[in-house]
Design a protein around this ligand. Structure first.
Ligand code: PHB
Length: 356
């Protein structure tokens, strides 16, 4: 019989009640100092019926931050703030995974106390911009190319942030290897121009995953990838080759590999064939590169179970705190409001109604 979204599944050491995961979504509502808040706790707790929740991206270090008002996991105060969130989700029998997101070149010096340059594999600017708090658009500068010693420090930062995540009560850590941020910058052809050992496109991703695996265990480590996604001006000439090689080099007992599909099911199938563990898929929803905001339908989610074990959805979860119940009943669904995706207060965050 075909799998359904309501079949149970084991991810790492966790038994999930359903296969409907909440995809990571930036909400830009952290308090000063990169702190999760009461609102963060309420937002995720409302969605505890998910098979698992993946948080918004969380910077693993000061320099890992790429946009305003995102939370961190690199100091004790941040760990303490997240503890309230993980407790709130666990109190409702949910599971919550922290996404570690290093933005690399997709960032701006104004985010850092010392105003230093963002970092990348090579000194190639993104061509994009960051929105400042006052709404002005700031060009991403030409980043500083990481030295080998700085790469080692960056990997150590990921491992420490992963330990912090476990201290904060998270069940699993997902590494953000997608959407043109630092890890994908290393995987790409146009941002990784290195001639040293890190010119091997997969090396940095593999070393980060291994360091985190050593720190917290493979069953608590996962990675999200978006083969061929041009978002943030990434160019990849051979996603099939690079990503199948990458997943073969990962520890086979990782909690899962999470793919954001960008319109190429063939790549998903090839990665599926190359990866022996749990595969999570954020299915393709439209004609353009997808990230936050483009939403796949519940039907697309069900269909994606033909190729993956767990399905993640973004905007539908954002707007429907009781999504599994709505899928069971065949809807109706609240529409996500783009105007309140980023920043602000409870509006567009904790005020989407559940079915009565
Ligand atoms: C965003 O904030 O728009 C964003 C963040 C991380 C992603 C994609 C989009 O992976």
């Amino acid at each position: 019989m075909a799998k359904t979204l309501f079949d149970t599944v084991t991810v790492g050491k966790l038994d999930l009640p359903n296969r409907l995961a909440m995809a990571p979504m930036t909400r830009s509502r952290a308090a000063a100092g990169g702190l999760a808040t009461e609102l963060t706790a309420e937002y995720y707790a409302q969605r505890a019926g998910a098979g698992l929740i993946i948080t918004e991206g969380v910077q693993p270090s000061v320099i890992g931050q790429g946009s305003i008002d995102t939370p961190g996991l690199h100091n004790a105060e941040q760990v303490k703030a997240w503890r309230r969130v993980t407790d709130a989700v666990h109190d409702r029998d949910g599971r919550i995974f922290a996404q570690l997101w290093h933005s690399g070149r997709v960032a701006h010096p104004s985010l850092y106390p010392d105003g230093r340059l963002p970092v990348a594999p090579s000194a190639v600017p993104s061509g994009g911009q960051m929105t400042a708090r006052d709404g002005t658009m700031l060009d991403h500068p030409t980043p500083h190319a990481l030295t080998v010693a700085e790469i080692a420090q960056t990997i150590a930062d990921f491992a420490q942030a992963a330990r912090n995540a476990i201290d904060a009560g998270f069940d699993v850590v997902e590494l953000h290897g997608a959407n043109g941020y630092l890890i994908q910058q290393f995987l790409s052809d146009n941002v990784n121009l290195r001639t040293d050992e890190y010119g091997d496109k997969i090396r940095f991703a593999v070393e980060v995953a291994h360091a985190v695996t050593e720190a917290i265990g493979p069953e608590r480590t996962a990675i999200r990838l978006s083969p061929g996604n041009p978002y943030n001006n990434i160019e990849e000439s051979d996603p099939m080759g690079v990503y199948t090689r990458l997943v073969r080099a990962l520890h086979p007992d990782l909690a899962y590999v999470h793919l954001l599909e960008v319109g190429n099911r063939r790549v998903t199938e090839e990665v599926r064939a190359a990866w022996p563990g749990v595969l999570m898929l954020n299915p393709h929803s439209g004609t353009t590169p997808v990230y936050a905001g483009m939403h796949a339908s519940p039907e697309a989610a069900e269909e994606a179970l033909t190729v993956a074990d767990v399905i993640s959805l973004g905007a539908l979860w954002l707007a429907n705190p009781d999504l599994p119940e709505r899928v069971r009943r065949g809807g109706p669904y609240n529409e996500p409001d783009r105007a309140t995706f980023y920043g602000g207060d409870h509006e567009g965050c904790t005020d989407y109604p559940a079915l009565s």
